[in-house]
Design a protein around this ligand. Sequence first.
Ligand SMILES: [Zn+2]
Length: 376
Amino acid sequence: MDNAPDWLIAADSLFGMPFHFWTLQFFLVGAMVGSFLNVCIHRMPRDESVFNPPSHCPHCGYRIPWGLNIPIITWFWLRGRCRSCQTPISPRYVLIEILTAGAFVASWLVYGREQPGVAFAAAALLAIFIGSTVIDFEHIIIPDQFTLGGTVMGFLFSAFVPSLHGELTAALSLKKSGLGIAVGAGLVYLVLRGGKLLFGRQRIRLAPGSRIVFTETVLALPNGEQLPYEELFYRQADTVEFQAQRMELPDRGYTNQRVRIALRREPPLIEIGDEKLDASEVVHLEAITDEIICPREAMGLGDVKFMACIGAFLGWQATLFSFALSSMLGAVVGVSLIALGKKEWSGRLPFGPYIAVAATVWLFGGSQWAERWFSR
Ligand SMILES: [Zn+2]
């Protein structure tokens, strides 16, 4: 820490204020960040701007005046209801604010005294985890704003807080950050490309008579879920199959045909019964069906970028640790859910939350544990 400015070292009286004065600041800023995460969680998957319009009741459009919109407190003060139309506001909002504030405080308490710079980085990373986890649970995607934005943020933190990687200079720290990005993203990408390891195929059951739409870039399901082709079709052998009760192409229709779509073939292929079509000439396809069979992936491209973000903040060892621990967690939770009958084997499970939990374990002690383990 020889090169670090004094304020990074003298944490006991940072800017002349006592340590727990800063604990309180971390709590307050954490609550505000949590409030912003709520906006991100609601809007990012819908491709809406997170800045405009300002927060409002989704039911009646009422805008809480700026001065009254205080994280955590407002929700309790309004007893969890919109002030104007009395529609209940989900307790999830206040829980995320409290959780984020708690994560900020934990970062400060663990790292504040000896490495205040690292406390800031840890708080930022945990905020990214909270946002990503909730969105991944709901939509099985992690927005680029979190993953790619987080990777850039981790790289910047590495430049300004070299002790994040146990280094004294920005150059050495950035090198470790870059290596972390490469190893983290490379690892998950290889597993994705490499294949059907644990996965195979999944059956997505739909309500009878559901309409599915293949656009130029995504398969849209009736529940609003969109499966991007880059996630569905990785390998040449990847196919999406279904029994179409009715199917419409722009220029013709079919009834009761077996359909297979393989977009990684050369040329990309659509098979309808015995007929073969070049998919690159079909821009839009709609079908009525009650079940689709897709390639199953435990992980997606979002997880590749997510692991890059973790590597940027925490280095390559953290990505190996997170990958190993998250795979174990995912397997244990997945098998338990199936055993308890809560989830069908074919169900889609988000993987990001497991990665986030594993990396959090690393952040709060796993790294020291690994050091001791490997230095024996
Ligand atoms: Zn309202």
